[in-house]
Design a protein around this ligand. Structure first.
Ligand SMILES: Cc1ncc(COP(=O)(O)O)c(C=O)c1O
Length: 373
């Protein structure tokens, strides 16, 4: 067994995000309260009468119907509800791969899949989003990395940490690479719906190829990370095999989360939550952009197309983890170091926050920037 690879970013987040005065590390928008989306007295009454039983283990039917409705051609049996997309990613990999299997992964990325691959002794090949191309993927590198041995290709779209959204043509090339060798395509799409520049939701890989697993969540585009509701949409038999792992990890998400998630995805509430997230993103980004520009020559940023995070490069002679540690201990503000994505001299900064809070956090980062220059 390989040496255990901790999930560096989540380790640091779990330790500091609720301790510092200003948490600018989250990739989703400022969380919603229950009050913000449960306001119908009849619905409140029904919630209060909920028996806190185990729910249907793969997700209550109403919730799976509502998730399925987001994916053309999907039915409730194509859906497994999990404890966050984190569980969905974990048990999907466990189902599809065994130690020694080869997979190809897009980088930079939320490094959960990378760490799982390492911990389970899978052979990992990578292809990159290139900063010099505005974070567009290097598809030649993808095609070189994919071979007859490739069992799975993992992508994240829209991407964490760059906020890049793949074009239709790029999606086609990725699907073709998977189809050429019969590999699974695992598409982590948790930021779909959190677009900054368009009201058109980022399309899913679902339906483009028969071996696609589309992963989703309420944590980012819906501002409900505390519900811990995620899902995987895929072929019925494969989803059932993944469900068999879910019985070992968590059995089910909670009954209350299932119910609240179902309300969140109802036709009345879902558009409100998506709009709320986009409002945070569109209000926050100009504040961060102006702040970055005010530090002349220090930052270069390719503006994110989606998600509540920006991933600027900084031109200072200091390591990103060291810089973030100083921010935590000296300024009580937390952002994510580029090191956690394998890209030193970058920082991931959230902006989907209330403006006064965002400005106050940025002021504290500014203080350290002045000391470093
Ligand atoms: C790309 C990506 N996938 C999955 C997750 C985990 O999300 P969840 O809160 O649904 O478990 C995150 C959280 O940051 C993420 O960025």
């Amino acid at each position: 067994m390989a040496t255990f690879q901790p999930f560096d970013m989540e380790r640091m987040m779990s330790k500091w995000e609720n301790v510092v005065a200003y948490n600018l590390s989250e990739s989703g928008v400022y969380p919603a309260t229950i009050r913000e989306f449960v306001d119908d007295p009849a619905v409140i009454e029904e919630l209060l009468s909920t028996e806190l039983n185990y729910p249907q283990a793969n997700g209550i039917i109403e919730l799976r119907e509502r998730i399925a409705a987001l994916y053309p051609g999907a039915a409730p049996d194509n859906v497994l509800v999990t404890v966050g997309c984190a569980e969905a990613n974990f048990i999907a990999l466990q189902t599809l791969l065994t130690p020694g299997d080869e997979m190809v992964m897009m980088l930079p990325n939320y490094m959960q899949i990378w760490g799982i691959a390492h911990n389970y002794g899978m052979r990992l090949h990578t292809f990159h989003l290139r900063e010099e191309r505005g974070w567009a993927p290097d598809l030649d590198e993808l095609n070189d990395a994919v071979s007859e041995k490739t069992k799975l290709i993992a992508v994240c779209n829209p991407n964490n940490p760059t906020g890049y959204i793949l074009t239709e043509e790029e999606m086609d090339v990725i699907v073709a690479a998977a189809a050429r060798v019969g590999a699974w395509l695992l598409a982590d799409e948790v930021y779909s719906g959190a677009e900054r520049l368009t009201d058109t939701q980022t399309p899913s890989f679902w339906g483009r190829y028969d071996k696609v697993l589309a992963m989703g969540s309420l944590s980012k585009a819906y501002g409900l990370p505390g519900l811990r509701i995620g899902w995987v949409v895929g072929p019925v038999n494969t989803v059932d095999d993944i469900w068999a792992r879910h019985e070992y990890t968590t059995i089910s998400a909670t009954m209350l989360s299932n119910k609240l998630a179902s309300i969140a995805l109802s036709p009345q509430v879902r558009p409100r939550l998506v709009q709320r997230a986009r409002d945070y993103i569109r209000r926050g980004f100009p504040i961060l952009e102006a702040w970055l520009e005010s530090h002349q020559g220090v930052f270069t940023l390719i503006p994110p197309q989606a998600a509540a995070i920006a991933f600027p490069r900084y031109h200072l002679d200091v390591n990103s983890t060291r810089l973030v540690e100083r921010l935590i201990h000296e300024k009580s503000v937390f952002i994510v170091p580029g090191d956690h994505f394998g890209l030193d001299h970058h920082l991931r900064i959230s902006f989907g926050l209330p403006p006064h809070y965002l400005r106050a956090g940025l002021d504290r980062i500014h203080e350290l920037m002045v000391e470093l220059q």
